[in-house]
Write a new protein. Structure first.
Length: 324
């Protein structure tokens, strides 16, 4: 059942011992939104914790600074920025799949798996929704909360470069700066600083790029061996995802990551008029119009073949590719 922002605010005011679930392979939005809400709830005297199936990436660990895990039996469980129960990861899904009371999300592909869902698919990031929710709850937005929310908004919009931003996105970012978000530091750490291991992985990824369909599609692949040779890891991969789409004339960019279990995680990024969510939905995934993902099995060549067939079909459907 979908509920409104005001209904969500009233619901949270009446609850305590709240567990917040961030999705697996956590990004700035799921973590920034979760820790912002956690800080706000504990600031109101409630007990709240954030948990995730995967380790928090090094660049985002500051979001948890000063947030001490509390001991309590969860009475109310919220999934944050999680469109599908599968996104929680195996451990959290096993523990809480049937117990999620609320989902707060901005993905149009949300499967409405929670008892109640506060969904706004016009928001560029779930952090936008959390910002408005805290306003509705009349909660003080401290500088540390502002940092969390700014991180969520900025990372999900590519530092305000992606087409998902709206004038409301920019107004919220401006207000967060007024509330004390350390935007200069955050922008530098999140978007302008590369580890040596990431630079090595990026070089290998760029060398793997293949161009297809007359330059309309670019695909790169990162294997377990590349991770090993570069000293990098999964948490640094997200910044690789946007590289193929940046190539001139490319409408569909895809980044394939070999996972430890031998499957392949695919991140698809598109330029108008292509729809990344529709491409990934046909492969068992989902997401947004301009950014979506899925998981494919088989060998790397088999995964590429499945992906390229889906992209080709989408290009033909949009009449960007003429066959025969």
């Amino acid at each position: 059942m979908k509920i409104s922002l005001s209904e969500t605010a009233q619901l949270l005011k009446s609850k305590d011992n709240i567990l917040l679930l961030a999705h697996k392979h956590p990004d700035g939005d799921t973590l920034g939104s979760s820790y912002a809400l956690c800080r706000a709830l504990t600031g109101q005297g409630k007990k709240a914790n954030v948990i995730c199936d995967d380790e928090i990436p090094k660049v985002l660990r500051f979001l948890a600074n000063g947030v001490e895990p509390l001991l309590f039996e969860p009475e109310f469980i919220i999934a944050i920025d999680t469109a599908d129960i599968k996104m929680l990861g195996d451990k959290l899904r096993t523990l809480y799949a049937s117990k999620i009371n609320l989902c707060i999300d901005h993905h149009i592909s949300n499967t409405l798996y929670a008892e109640k869902t506060m969904l706004d698919d016009t928001a560029a990031a779930t952090a936008e929704i959390i910002f408005r929710l805290l306003k509705e709850m009349r909660t003080d937005i401290t500088p540390s909360i502002a940092d969390c929310l700014y991180t969520g908004v900025s990372t999900d919009t590519g530092c305000f470069r992606y087409s998902n931003i709206t004038s409301e996105t920019l107004r919220i970012a401006a207000e967060l700066i007024d509330l004390g978000a350390d935007y200069a530091r955050l922008n530098k750490e999140l978007f302008e600083t590369k580890s040596k291991s990431f630079a090595a992985l990026e070089r290998a990824a760029l060398n793997s790029i293949e161009i297809h369909f007359g330059g309309l599609c670019a695909v790169l692949a990162v294997t377990k061996e590349m991770f090993l040779q570069s000293g990098s890891n999964d948490e640094e991969f997200d910044r690789i995802s946007a590289l193929p789409r940046q190539i001139e004339d490319v409408l569909v960019g895809a980044a394939i990551r070999e996972q430890k279990n031998g499957t392949y995680k695919v991140s698809v990024r598109t330029n108008p008029p292509m729809n990344a969510a529709e491409i990934c939905a046909g492969l068992g995934g989902g997401g947004h119009v301009n950014a979506a993902g899925c998981t494919l099995e088989g060998t790397l060549d088999e995964a590429k073949e499945k992906l390229l067939k889906a992209i080709e079909a989408a290009l033909i459907s949009e009449k960007k590719l003429i066959v025969g």
